[in-house]
Design a protein around this ligand. Structure first.
Ligand code: ADE
Length: 247
């Protein structure tokens, strides 16, 4: 997987993209990452990438030309023959989700375009394969969104995490929150680990985890239950949790 970012603050990516799992994925060659400086595609002395909006109004907009020129180059086979999907980060994009991370993890090359200021001149979106929003709030720029999306994609790439991570993926792809987890000691400040987890009975542990994932989802994110893949018995249990009648 190749991820390239286009931004006026490429240095923001240095530590997050070199640390922990992302850093390991890069060193293993599973992830290739390049942060491009949008100012390299400007031609004036001040390397201007923003300007005032037509029609008036507060703030500055990212100009079309540097973005168009940068994408002409980055999308060209001369730069890289691997076809790329170009993604813009904006609060008006489609909401990011685990399903979208899974979809993007199938791509070979992604170009992430990160805005600053009050956003982009609308014409740049003619170059977007997709626009993604991290959520219903406004960030100071798209860089943090690009890092979050890179992280969520990278951990799905084969060879990045060990096999032990797959049950978690399964659980999330079924639209539920993760079941509660515990590690040693078995008793900490009087708080006990549920006995079933110490029983060594894997069948019972799996069944308990499934029901606890449903319980947690019903308590914390009941909206997710509408699309979760549940059996009729599980639905009854989830409704009981929501109504306060389940034990
Ligand atoms: N840029 C500014 N706010 C954003 C958001 N919520 N998601 C993605 N990009 C953004």
């Amino acid at each position: 997987m190749i991820i390239e970012t286009l931004s006026v603050f490429p240095e923001m990516f240095t530590t997050p993209m070199n640390t922990s799992i992302l850093g390991i994925a890069r060193r293993k060659g599973i992830l290739e990452f390049h942060a491009h400086d949008l100012r390299e595609w400007t031609h004036d002395r001040h390397r201007t990438t923003d300007d005032q909006p037509y029609g008036g109004g507060q703030g500055l907009l990212m100009k079309c030309d540097p973005v168009f020129e940068a994408l002409d180059e980055l999308e060209s086979p001369k730069h890289n023959p691997i076809p790329a999907k170009t993604i813009f980060f904006t609060p008006s994009g489609e909401p990011f989700s685990q399903a979208l991370a899974t979809e993007l993890a199938q791509e070979s090359r992604l170009i992430f375009v990160c805005g600053r200021y009050e956003g982009f001149d609308e014409r740049v979106y003619t170059r977007a394969d997709r626009c993604i929003s991290l959520g219903d709030y406004v960030l100071t720029g798209g860089e943090l969104a690009a890092m979050v999306v890179s992280d969520a994609i990278c951990r799905l790439l084969p060879g990045v995490l060990g096999d032990e991570a797959s049950p978690y993926e399964e659980s999330f792809s079924e639209g539920l929150l993760e079941f509660p987890q515990y590690t040693r000691p078995a008793v900490c400040r009087g708080l006990e680990v549920p006995a079933i987890l110490l029983s060594g009975d894997h069948g019972k542990v799996d069944a308990w985890r499934r029901m606890e994932a449903i319980r947690k989802t019903a308590l914390l994110r009941p909206d997710l239950l509408e699309t979760a893949d549940l059996t009729p018995e599980e639905k009854t249990f989830a409704n009981g949790v929501c109504n306060g009648t389940a034990d």
